[in-house]
Design a protein around this ligand. Sequence first.
Ligand code: GDP
Ligand code: MG
Length: 440
Amino acid sequence: LSDRLTQTFSALRTKGKLSPADVDKTVREIRRALLDADVALPVVKDFTSTVRERALGDEVNKALNPAQQVVQIVNEELVAILGGEQRRLEFAKNPPTVIMLAGLQGAGKTTLAGKLAKWLKAQGHTPLLVAADLQRPNAVTQLQVVGEQAGAAVFAPEPGNGIGDPVRVAKDAVQFARTRLHDVVIVDTAGRLGVDAELMKQASNIRKAVDPDEVLFVIDAMIGQDAVATAQAFQEGVDFTGVVLSKLDGDARGGAALSVASVTGRPIMFASTGEGLDDFEPFHPDRMASRILDLGDILSLIEQAQKAFDQDEAQKVAEKFATDTFTLEDFLAQMQQLKKMGSIKGMLGMLPGARGMREQLDNFDESEITRTEAIIQSMTPAERRMPKLLNGSRRLRIARGSGTTVTEVNALVNRFEQAAKMMKTVAKGGVPNVPGMGPI
Ligand code: GDP
Ligand code: MG
């Protein structure tokens, strides 16, 4: 989606006033981009006609930079479809809060159960996971594994009792939660590869039995044109209060997000971005919109960085950035922190312009960090604190000591200087202009 929009918008950016022909051309391109991204046709039609109307109106005519104004309109309309403001989970006045998960098999429900549990635990909740998927033999075990990883209790039918009744299990679980002071109950349910009347009925019965505060419909962001039909079937069959987009780490082009939100009118509440329990975040419509527009997702990036950094550490580093006393030693420590963050590729994907670097992203490998570590470790403490000391012969010594080349040492020093410059801007509250940052 974004590649084509980026092209269209770059063409616009070089123009002054917009003629109606410009607007039409732009709208046509937006339409094609959205269709290419598997956004459903009625959604595309609605979207483009709104954008066209606004783009031909006064707000654009009177704008200092009409092209930018159109980008702004597209952005605003995307945000509006994606749900406007971010919506938070509704918690019950009388605990436990019951959250039920629904969706096709493989959508990511069980994984999401673990992610939610871990996330809720970190906020001081005491979640209970409930195995109400009794369809597949290993579904209960899978939830137990996920629960263990999340450090959350799992309620499952006793083994040996034959095939349990998922409705009964869900009901018992809520009762159990009440007596054991679990304040949130997350009910995992069964799905099939396609929409299936029997399982839909089962999900609907579970819903009636436990009267959930939230029913989250989990959908694979890569599902493409099937998104609309699937979402509508679940809306009719079970109804849901919010949507969770999973597998946003894949090559998803954002189409499913737009279609589902637009067709069901339900907000997208969370985004799943990987198989790990930490690959998960509340959904921000504005950020998704700018991601679609390829403006980059600086806010998510910074937030993710904050999560991995120890709070004090982050404070210290921020001060160093602001006062220009950030050294290669700090850089090394930071890089080691970054490793903890897991998916470095995911981080890179959020940088502006990173979409155009897809090939580089695919070639990126973490051994580069290891080489960077080796280079910094081959420096003397004085050199790490004062990279200015690094003249030609020192660089040669470091290259030899770390088993790298002088070119690599030079590249690292340059990258460090750019990163320090950028972070200094961020620390002062500015918006960074991210250059080719290399492996951070
Ligand atoms: P369920 O059938 O709906 O319960 O789906 P699962 O939770 O079992 O997930 C199906 C597969 O998708 C598993 O292999 C998960 O590891 C994987 N998965 C789930 N969420 C994500 C995600 O956000 N990104 C990626 N890449 N894989 C995911
Ligand atoms: Mg499952």
